[in-house]
Design a protein around this ligand. Structure first.
Ligand SMILES: Cc1ncc(COP(=O)(O)O)c(C=O)c1O
Length: 360
């Protein structure tokens, strides 16, 4: 089976983990600090705060930016549920938007519509889905006009850019995941990045029981600290990130140039975006998506449906009364399927995948 995702772990990662283990300083310490500084610099911002996951990074970013119980947060209805659950967890209230049917990202037109319908929206949480930036020109115009707090979920878009500017540097805070399927990994882990010193200080306290001075708790916080072990992996992965992203882009280019099937649409690439292909997501037309997935499976090609339901349709939100129908999501969720695009793919894997798809 050609897997849909595979982390690339080299000897450098293994050796630096062993070094941390031998040092005895395995919890949060100097290696985490170095990773935070290097990741912030990569992200062209002033500060980084490492966390235990992308989910806790989003929760931390929301709290550190001043989102509280009862605040309304506008967000996309089409993402991994972890982009939304932190809003619920802190007692804020999501208001969902539809997506653009080509890019799969939150629709600026729907953002504007919802902002005019709900005059009390405090923040906007966007997700740069599958590795491609949202339309930041339209979004930044709305953020300024409506004076919103902007949080960017960059969990699928390490290194992606819009008109040359790196994602995670547009808003008040950017949030990353380093889960093993992501463009870079630390095993489990996450990061909040920002330029605002106050948000940075708040985030640092929130992930460490609300303390600056040991055992003096200025605010409510938790233990969301990254370990030195995870950060050691992250430092090596960060060194490889450009190469790994370039390999993803090359794989995507190969698919773009070679997939030919009337039932299969290749991903739309926005000319203003530097897409880092966390996923290479096809649209399968004429109601054939599920048949296509079984066919790939029979041919030992892994695939993934990201996502079969909109967020508000999920069972866990049943009692919350969210609007469940979204014009574009309702079409797209039955068409999308992602195929392997990760950097560990071999030339023969790519050739096989194209041959199988073209024969569907
Ligand atoms: C868009 C998005 N948001 C949030 C998350 C949560 O990240 P994590 O799994 O590290 O908690 C993920 C990844 O799983 C994701 O893809």
């Amino acid at each position: 089976m050609i897997p849909i995702a595979r982390p690339y772990i080299g000897n450098e990662e293994i050796e630096s983990v062993v070094k941390v283990m031998k040092s005895g300083m395995i919890a949060c310490g100097g290696v985490v600090k170095e990773f935070e500084e290097k990741f912030a610099s990569f992200n062209e911002v002033s500060y980084g705060v490492a966390t235990t996951s992308g989910t806790t990074a989003i929760e931390t970013a929301l709290k550190a930016s001043g989102i509280n119980v009862g605040d309304k947060v506008l967000t996309t209805a089409f993402s991994f549920i972890a982009s939304n659950n932190p809003i619920i967890k802190i007692g804020a209230r999501p208001v969902f938007c539809d997506i653009d049917k080509d890019t799969f990202n939150i629709s600026p037109d729907d953002i504007e519509k919802k902002l005019n319908e709900h005059k009390d929206i405090k923040a906007l949480l966007i997700v740069h889905l599958y590795g491609q930036s949202c339309d930041m020109r339209s979004i930044m115009r709305l953020v300024k006009e409506f004076d919103l707090i902007l949080i960017e979920d960059c969990c699928q878009s390490h290194g992606a850019r819009f008109e040359g500017k790196i994602v995670g540097s547009f808003g008040h805070a950017g949030c990353y995941s380093f889960y093993p399927t992501k463009n870079m990994t630390t095993g489990e882990g996450g990061m909040v990045v920002c330029n605002d010193e106050k948000i940075y200080q708040q985030a640092k306290m929130y992930i460490n029981h609300g303390m600056k001075k040991r055992y003096y708790h200025e605010g409510i916080g938790f233990n969301y600290r990254m370990t030195n072990i995870a950060a050691a992996i992250g430092l090596n992965q960060l060194d490889r990130l450009d190469d790994m992203n370039n390999k993803r882009k090359e794989n995507a280019k190969y698919y773009d140039e070679n997939i030919e099937n009337e039932n299969v649409l290749i991903p739309f690439k926005d000319k203003d975006c530097d897409h880092v292909y966390h996923q290479y997501t096809l649209k399968i037309k004429n109601g054939k998506r599920d048949e296509f997935v079984s066919y790939l499976n029979e041919n030992e090609i892994g695939s993934g449906i990201y996502y079969p339901l909109s967020i508000p349709e999920q069972e866990c939100y049943k009692e919350m009364g969210f609007k469940k129908d979204y014009k574009n999501i309702d079409v797209v969720k039955d068409e999308v399927v992602s195929i392997p695009v990760h950097p560990a793919l071999l030339k023969e894997d790519l050739e096989k995948i194209v041959k199988v798809i073209n024969a569907f």
